[in-house]
Design a protein around this ligand. Structure first.
Ligand code: NAD
Length: 327
């Protein structure tokens, strides 16, 4: 508790309106100093005396932080929560919350944006034009890959994967998906999608879009062997988490033309980008912005703040990931 009688909450990074006001009603908000490193020891030293932490994807919230005495809740401003050791949180009776649902359409829009921009070489074409290289129409200039009617393979058909499948319908695409949790027959029919194993998805798809959470099982799900199974003309899109793809193997596959291109929003060692990706014209690199619309980032901020406010007032937060902590 603070001198104001409100529980203290460590805000790792600023969030958008109306998040700050929601938090301030329920807690004394302690900002994490922007000049401090985002390592566990430093986070713990600032979390001392706090009931809650509002974290983001770049914050490592593991044993060292989660064992801070008095810590009761960590509210992550993201749907992914691979930056938090949820098992350790549960062991220390710390609630963990995330922000599912509010970012599905924005993220699916961006996966499709990357797909289209990579297929039709939009970034390369813009650069070409700005450089004054456009000297007249030419029949073989900037030839790309057709999207309409192509086959799209979706790895992970959860909220965002389904959003991408839905968009693909408008492009008359054949949609294959790979997921240990199958859709219902009805949902498959509605989305016009067919469940296949990973090898078949890779062999048959013109585009492969990844939408799995980062877990032990999905770490390096796509590596040398999988790139070898893909079409030479295939384009890979990743808006999930960087380590799902073996980045060194991807660079090798792109250089060897085992696959034709990639549209990436996330990286194995963010914010570092594999140096081998930088010179490649057949790759589009975005700085982890798939959920970055004004509306969605505000909704994520509000949702994370509400999760925190409910928890510090003693309630059960709506997006609780480890309900066993709060019976
Ligand atoms: P979700 O939980 O609704 O869906 C994930 C799907 O992946 C589930 O259907 C699950 O069964 C499936 N899955 C799990 N393990 C798998 C495996 N080994 N192989 C194939 N499928 C597997 O999650 P969501 O809300 O759709 O989000 C997916 C991920 O996208 C998040 O975990 C997050 O890491 C990432 N994400 C990134 C951004 C961004 O800014 N780039 C934005 C939002 C979400």
């Amino acid at each position: 508790m603070s001198t104001q009688g409100k529980p203290r909450v460590l805000l790792m990074h600023p969030i958008l309106d109306p998040g700050p006001a929601i938090l301030a009603e329920a807690a004394e908000v302690v900002p994490y100093p922007p000049d401090r490193p985002l390592d566990e020891a430093s986070i713990r030293s600032h979390a001392e005396g706090c009931t809650g932490i509002v974290s983001q994807v770049m914050d490592p919230i593991r044993e060292t932080v989660l064992s801070t005495p008095g810590l009761k809740v960590v509210s992550n401003v993201a749907v992914g929560f691979d930056n938090i050791d949820v098992a350790a949180a549960t062991a220390h009776k710390v609630m963990v919350t995330n922000t599912p649902g509010v970012l599905d359409d924005t993220t699916a829009d961006f996966a499709f944006t990357l797909l289209m921009a990579t297929a039709r070489r939009v970034v390369e074409a813009d650069y070409f034009t700005r450089q004054g290289q456009f000297r007249g129409w030419a029949i073989d200039m900037m030839l790309g890959t057709d999207i309409y009617g192509a086959t799209l393979g979706i790895i992970g058909i959860g909220r965002i994967g389904r959003g991408v499948a839905h968009r693909a319908k408008g492009f008359n695409m054949r949609v294959l998906y790979y997921d240990p949790n199958p859709l219902t027959r009805e949902a498959e029919q509605q989305l016009g999608s067919e469940r296949v194993d990973l090898a078949r998805l890779l062999v048959e798809s013109d585009f492969v879009s990844v939408h799995v959470p980062l877990t032990e099982q999905t770490h390096h799900l796509l590596s040398t062997q999988q790139f070898g199974q893909m079409k030479h003309s295939a384009i890979l899109i990743n808006t999930s988490r960087g380590p799902v793809i073996d980045e060194a193997a991807l660079v090798e596959a792109l250089n060897a033309r085992k696959i034709a291109g990639a549209g990436l929003d996330v990286y194995e060692r963010e914010p570092a980008v594999h140096p081998g990706l930088i010179p490649l014209a057949n790759v589009i690199l975005a700085p982890h912005i798939a959920s970055a619309s004004v509306r969605t980032r505000s909704e994520m901020s509000a949702m994370a703040a509400r999760n925190m406010a409910t928890a510090v007032r003693g309630g059960r937060p709506p997006n609780l990931l480890n309900p066993e902590v709060k019976r």
